[in-house]
Design a protein around this ligand. Structure first.
Ligand code: NDP
Length: 296
């Protein structure tokens, strides 16, 4: 069994896979690919024996699902970035609540303690966001998800209930994957449901939110504050230049919550991906198998 990796594995990661050959330059005999989603398209034609794809990223929306040969199983790295991304989501929430790094003296500070938190996408990241909300700010935590990876939610709801839940939440954090069910979920109608003086932060993918609709709502509703770590792709690349930076009720970071946050986070995430491949090759199953039908 040959594994093809687009990333040169460090000593610890290589040790985990010591029973298998890892190639960095030839995918022709590879049955496993370890890669970032957008790299997969170029490799597919040169990997005729491919059985499994394991991504280094938690999100797999960049994979060419329509081109994957039938039977190829995909595993994401969901959960690998939970802590750093949850901390980052809270950095954005707090910055928006307290208007950090703004010179105006007339911006109101929003209180968080004992308020209502809505987490949308209650997997690895969402669960950590909920835990922090509960333990640090004694918040009442509403969760919207399909699966719930922890017990930290006071109420569990489905995505159909979002409009009503948004009208109750003082803070909402979006930590959903981008798939055919969630793309453009936050359009003008949905965003218009947010509660007076509330905060929304997106750490999932930008395309969950309709950019022009967001701009419209932020202009109409100065009381509504929005933060994001993820930006809309233009010509296939995330574009960090945006008119939104000039909005007084917007704050952002240029996708620095996860893999690009620091070396330690990156190396830990690579290690999780590699360990998952080991589990897969030794047991035939592993964590985070992607439901391909969510993307087609
Ligand atoms: P998880 O898979 O652990 O969590 C995602 C959760 O969303 C799961 O509980 C999942 O349920 C749920 N979900 C998926 N589709 C739907 C749907 N249609 N309706 C309701 N719930 C749904 O992933 P992570 O928490 O690790 O990551 C979440 C996303 O965050 C990633 O996909 C990625 O896009 C983004 N991310 C961003 C980073 C950054 O740097 N800003 C870094 C890492 C991730 P189910 O298990 O049933 O599918």
């Amino acid at each position: 069994m040959i594994i093809y990796s687009t990333l040169k594995l460090g000593e610890t990661a290589r040790e985990v896979l010591k029973e298998w050959e890892v190639s960095y330059d030839d995918s022709s005999d590879a049955e496993v690919i370890l890669a970032w989603p957008t790299q997969v398209t170029q490799i597919l034609d040169r990997a005729p024996k491919l059985k499994y794809i394991q991504t280094f990223s938690a999100g797999v929306d960049g994979l060419p699902f329509d081109k994957l040969p039938k039977g190829v199983r995909v595993f994401s790295n969901a959960g690998a970035y939970s802590l750093p991304v949850a901390e980052h989501a809270w950095a954005l929430v707090l910055a928006l609540a307290k208007m950090v790094n703004r010179r105006e003296r007339n911006a109101q500070s929003y209180m968080l303690t004992r308020k209502t938190l809505l987490v949308i996408g209650c997997g690895g990241i969402g669960s950590k966001v909920a835990q922090i909300g509960k333990s640090a700010f004694s918040m009442w935590v509403l969760g919207v998800s399909r699966s719930f990876k922890s017990q930290d939610f006071d109420e569990r709801h489905s995505i159909n209930e979002l409009p009503e839940l948004l009208s109750r939440a003082d803070v909402s954090v979006i930590s959903l994957p981008l798939n055919k069910h969630t793309r453009s979920l936050f359009d003008y109608k949905m965003l218009s449901c947010v509660k007076q003086n509330s905060i929304m932060v997106n750490v999932g993918r930008a395309e969950l939110v309709v950019e022009d609709d967001l701009k419209k709502v932020l202009l109409e509703r100065p009381d509504f504050r929005f933060g994001t770590d993820v930006f809309w792709r233009k010509n296939g690349r995330e574009e960090f230049e945006s008119e939104l930076w000039s909005y007084p009720n917007f704050m952002g970071t240029p996708h620095t919550a996860g893999a690009d946050s620091n070396r330690e986070v990156f190396e830990e995430a690579v290690l999780q991906a590699v360990k998952n491949v080991r589990t897969l090759l030794t047991t035939g199953s592993a964590q985070n198998e992607v439901k391909v039908e969510d993307y087609l």
